[in-house]
Design a protein around this ligand. Structure first.
Ligand code: ADP
Length: 767
C-alpha cells in the first residue's frame, strides 16, 4: 500500500473511532439524563404520596374546604407525575403499572372519606371511621411510596449502568485503536523505516562517489519511487563524469601534479630569498627528497676536472655533512650523466651499473637519479635514495619535472650574485667618483650620492633620505624650479636634463652647479631611476662675472686718460694758445699717456702670465738707478708727496729683469702716492737678508687693516673701494707685482696699519 493511502486509511479509522466514541458518549449522556429525570419524578412521587397522606389525615381531622382543595391540586400534580413515568424493562413496568391502580385506590379512599364527611354534615366523625380511613390512606400511600422509591433506585442503577457501559465502550474503542496503532507501527517499521534505512545507506554509498551502486527498489510506494529516482540520478551522473575509480585515479594524478607544481614554486621562491648558494642547494634538495619521499639525496655538479662537486647532501641526522673532496663520476651516477636520462632501480645491488654505496653510507635499497641540464648539456645530477617500498614511475616523473626548476633556481642565484657584485662595483664607482653624483628613484628616494657630493655640499646620504629633503635644504625658495625639472625626468617625460642652479651648502655658502641628469631605466623593483652629476661652476661663474666687471673697469680706466689726452692735445694744437700753455698741456697729455702705458703694461703682463708666456730677461743690475728712474718719472705726478730713495751704496747687484722690477716699483710707488691723498713721504728702501735683497716702498697714507691685507695680491681685488671713490684703479697693480716678484723667485708682502701708512716689501735674488 502506498504511504499516502495508508495515511488516509489511518486518518479515516481514527475519525470513525472518534465519531463512535462521541456518539456513544452522547447516547449515554441522554440515557443517564433520562434516567435521572425519571428518578427525580419517582422521588417526587414518593414525596407526593407521603404529602397526600398527611393532607388527607389533616382534612379528616379539620375538614376544611381549603385543605380539600389543596389535596385535590396536589393529587392532580401527583397523578401528572405518575403519568410521566416511562418504564424501561419489565421490572420498572411492573412498578409503574402497580402505581396507577394504587393512585386510583388512594383517590377512591379519599373520595369516600370526603363523601362520608359530607354526609355527616357537621357531626363529629366516627372515630372508627377515622381509624379505618387513615389506615386505608396510609396503606395506599405506603404502597405508592414504596413503589416510587423502588423505581427511583432502579432508575439510579440504570443511569449507573449506562455510564459504566459508556466507559466500557470508550475503553473498548481505545483498545481497538491501540491495537490498530500498534499494527500500523509494526507495518511502518517493517515497510517504511527499513526502506528508508536502505535508501539512506544507498545514498551514502552513491554520495561517496560509487556511482555504480544501485539502491533496491522493493516496494511500489513513494520510497520505491525515490530509490528509483536516486538510481537514475546516479546512472546519469555516471554517464557525465568518470566512475569512482577513474575519478580516484585522476584525483591522485592531479594531487601529484599539484605537489610537483608546489615543489617547483618553492624551489623558485628560494632563488629569490637571500641566502648562500650552498643553502639554496640544500633547500632544493630537501624539496626533491620530500617530494619523492626519499630517505636521502645528493645534489652535485660536474666541475672543470670532470669530477662531481657536491652542492648539497640530504642525509637525515647528518644534515650538514659535506663530502670532503670532489669525487669521480661512477656507478649509477655515471649511468644517469652519460645517458643524460633519468632512471630508477629498486634493486641497485643487482643493477649492472651498481658499484655499491660508498663507505659509511647506509645500504642503498632504491635509487633514483635525474640529470641536470644547462643548454642541453648535462652539468650535474640529483640522486635520491631509499624510498620506502621503492620508487614508482610517478616519483621519476616528479623528480624529472622538478630538476629543471632546481637548475633554474641555481642559475638565477648565480646570475643574481653576479648582478649584486656588479651592482656593488657600480655603487662603489659612483661613491668614489671625483664628481658630485646622485642616484634617485622615481618615488624620490635618494639611492646614493658620491663622496664628492658630500664634500661639495656638506650633506651626507643620511641628511637627504629623499630628494625633497635635499631640495628644501639646498635650494630653499628655488626648490620649485629644480623639482619641476627632476620630476619631468623621473616621470619619464624627459630622458635627460641639463640645468644650472645656485645652491646653498650646509655651511651656507652659495655655489653654482651645472647639473646634468638622465634616466637610464628601471631598478629591479620596477621603479624608474635617474642618475645626475654636477659640475661646480662657481669659480667659472665668478671669473665670468669678474671678467665682465673688469672689462667695464678697464674701459673706464682707459677712457678717462684718453679723453684727457685727446682734449689736451686738441687744445694745445690751437695756434692762438700761448706756447707755454700749449707746452703745459702737452706735458699733461704725456703724463696721462705714461699712466695709460703703465695700465696697458700691467694688462699685458697679466695676459702673458695667464697664457704662460711670461719670460724674464734676467741680468745683473744695480737696484738704485732703477728705483731712482721710477722716482724721477713719478715725481711730477704729485707735488704733495716727497719721494725718497733710501738705498745704501754697498747694496750688491741683483739678478733681475730690469723692466719688470721697474714695473713692480712703479706700481708700488704709484699706489703709495694714490693711497696717501693728504700727501706725505714715499720712501724706497733696500736691505740684505740672507741671499736676497728686500726692497720696501713705504708711505704715510690710509693704511690697510689686517683682515684686508689677506685679500691683497688677488686679481682685481680692490679693498674698500667705496671708501676711496675718487681714487681710480683696477685692482690689478698688486696682482701684477706678485706675478713678477714670484717670476723672480721672490715673495711680496705688506706691513700696514689702518690710517698709519703701509710698507710693501718684495725680495729679489742677488746676482
Ligand atoms: P688699484 O688699481 O686699485 O690700486 P692695486 O692692485 O694696485 O689696484 O691695489 C689693490 C688695492 O690695495 C687697492 O685698491 C687698495 O685698496 C689697496 N692698496 C694698494 N696699495 C695701497 C697702499 N699703499 N695704501 C693703502 N692701500 C693700498
Amino acid at each position: 500500500m502506498r504511504i499516502r493511502t495508508q495515511f488516509q486509511v489511518t486518518m479515516l479509522l481514527f475519525g470513525a473511532l472518534l465519531l463512535v466514541i462521541s456518539a456513544s458518549a452522547l447516547l449515554t449522556r441522554l440515557q443517564v439524563k433520562r434516567a435521572e429525570q425519571q428518578e427525580e419524578i419517582a422521588d417526587s412521587i414518593a414525596k407526593g404520596a407521603s404529602e397526600l397522606s398527611y393532607l388527607s389525615n389533616d382534612y379528616v381531622i379539620y375538614r376544611e374546604s381549603q385543605q380539600l382543595a389543596r389535596w385535590r391540586s396536589r393529587f392532580a400534580l401527583f397523578s401528572g407525575n405518575v403519568s410521566r413515568l416511562h418504564a424501561v424493562g419489565p421490572e420498572q413496568q411492573t412498578l409503574v403499572s402497580n402505581m396507577q391502580p394504587d393512585l386510583w385506590r388512594l383517590k377512591t379512599v379519599f373520595d369516600s372519606i370526603v363523601s362520608a364527611i359530607a354526609q355527616e354534615q357537621g357531626e363529629p366523625v366516627d372515630p372508627r371511621f377515622l381509624q379505618v380511613s387513615w389506615s386505608r390512606i396510609a396503606v395506599q400511600s405506603k404502597e405508592l411510596v414504596s413503589d416510587a422509591s423502588r423505581l427511583s433506585r432502579l432508575l439510579d442503577a440504570q443511569a449507573g449502568k449506562a455510564e459504566r457501559d459508556n466507559m466500557m465502550v470508550i475503553l473498548a474503542m481505545i483498545a481497538v485503536f491501540g491495537v490498530y496503532f500498534l499494527t500500523n507501527f509494526l507495518i511502518v517499521q517493517r515497510r517504511m523505516l527499513k526502506s528508508i534505512a536502505r535508501l539512506q545507506a544507498g545514498t551514502a554509498v552513491i554520495g561517496s562517489g560509487d556511482l555504480d551502486f544501485k539502491i533496491e527498489e522493493r516496494k511500489n510506494d513513494e520510497i520505491g519511487d525515490l530509490s528509483h529516482a536516486i538510481n537514475r540520478m546516479a546512472s546519469d551522473l555516471k554517464r557525465v563524469t568518470a566512475s569512482k575509480s577513474e575519478y580516484q585515479k585522476t584525483e591522485k594524478r592531479v594531487r601529484q601534479q599539484i605537489a610537483i607544481q608546489e615543489a617547483i614554486n618553492r624551489v623558485l621562491e628560494q632563488a629569490i630569498i637571500p641566502k648562500s648558494e650552498r643553502k639554496l642547494g640544500q633547500t632544493c634538495l630537501s624539496i626533491a627528497v620530500e617530494l619523492t619521499e626519499s630517505k636521502f639525496g645528493l645534489l652535485a655538479e660536474i666541475n672543470n676536472q670532470g669530477l662531481l662537486d657536491d652542492l648539497a647532501i640530504c642525509d637525515p641526522g647528518r644534515e650538514n655533512r659535506r663530502l670532503t673532496a670532489p669525487f669521480a663520476i661512477r656507478g649509477l651516477y655515471r649511468r644517469v650523466i652519460q645517458d643524460g636520462k633519468a632512471f630508477y632501480t629498486n634493486d641497485p645491488d643487482s643493477h649492472p651499473d651498481g658499484v655499491g654505496a660508498p663507505e659509511g653510507h647506509p645500504r642503498l635499497t632504491a635509487f633514483l637519479g635525474v640529470p641536470l641540464f644547462r643548454d642541453t648539456k648535462t652539468v650535474g645530477i640529483i640522486a635520491l635514495g631509499n624510498r620506502q617500498g621503492g620508487y614508482r614511475p610517478e616519483d621519476l616523473e616528479a623528480a624529472e619535472t622538478l630538476a629543471p626548476a632546481v637548475m633554474e633556481a641555481l642559475m638565477r642565484k648565480r646570475a643574481e650574485d653576479l648582478l649584486k657584485d656588479s651592482e656593488k662595483q657600480f655603487r662603489r664607482a659612483v661613491e668614489e667618483a671625483p664628481i658630485p653624483i646622485i642616484m634617485l628613484a622615481e618615488d624620490g628616494q635618494v639611492l646614493q650620492i658620491s663622496r664628492s657630493w658630500t664634500q661639495h655640499t656638506g650633506y651626507s646620504l643620511q641628511d637627504m633620505p629623499n630628494f625633497e629633503a635635499w631640495l628644501n635644504r639646498a635650494y630653499g625658495e628655488g626648490a620649485e624650479a629644480v623639482r619641476e625639472h627632476v620630476y619631468y625626468l623621473l616621470s619619464g617625460s624627459r630622458r635627460s636634463i641639463d640645468v644650472e642652479f645656485p645652491l646653498r651648502t650646509r655651511g651656507g655658502e652659495i655655489r653654482y652647479w651645472s647639473f646634468s641628469a638622465s634616466s637610464p631605466g628601471f631598478l629591479r623593483d620596477g621603479r624608474r631611476f635617474a642618475v645626475g652629476m654636477a659640475v661646480d661652476i662657481t669659480e667659472h661663474k665668478k671669473a665670468e662675472q669678474l671678467k665682465d666687471e673688469f672689462i667695464g673697469m678697464v674701459s673706464h680706466e682707459l677712457k678717462t686718460p684718453l679723453t684727457v689726452i685727446i682734449g689736451a692735445l686738441s687744445v694745445a694744437n690751437d695756434e692762438r694758445l700761448p706756447p707755454e700753455q700749449a707746452k703745459e698741456l702737452i706735458t699733461d697729455a704725456g703724463s696721462y699717456a705714461t699712466a695709460l702705458a703703465g695700465l696697458v703694461e700691467n694688462l699685458l703682463e697679466l695676459s702673458r702670465y695667464q697664457s704662460n708666456r711670461l719670460m724674464l730677461q734676467a741680468e745683473q743690475a744695480d737696484i738704485s738707478p732703477i728705483a731712482q728712474g721710477v722716482i724721477h718719472k713719478l715725481k711730477a705726478k704729485s707735488p704733495l708727496h716727497r719721494l725718497h730713495l733710501d738705498i745704501g751704496p754697498d747694496i750688491p747687484k741683483v739678478m733681475i729683469d730690469r723692466v719688470r722690477v721697474e714695473r713692480i716699483l712703479s706700481n708700488l710707488v704709484e699706489n703709495a702716492i694714490k693711497y696717501s691723498p693728504k700727501g706725505g713721504e714715499v720712501r724706497i728702501t733696500a736691505r740684505l737678508q740672507n741671499s736676497q735683497l728686500i726692497i720696501g716702498v713705504s708711505d704715510q697714507g690710509i693704511g690697510i687693516s689686517i683682515e684686508d691685507q689677506r685679500r691683497l695680491f688677488q686679481s682685481f681685488e680692490r679693498i674698500r673701494a667705496y671708501e676711496t671713490p675718487n681714487i681710480p684703479g683696477l685692482g690689478l697693480g698688486l696682482r701684477v707685482c706678485r706675478i713678477l716678484v714670484e717670476a723672480h723667485g721672490g715673495r711680496i708682502w705688506v706691513e700696514s696699519e689702518k690710517d698709519k701708512g703701509s710698507t710693501f716689501f718684495f725680495t729679489v735674488p742677488l746676482a
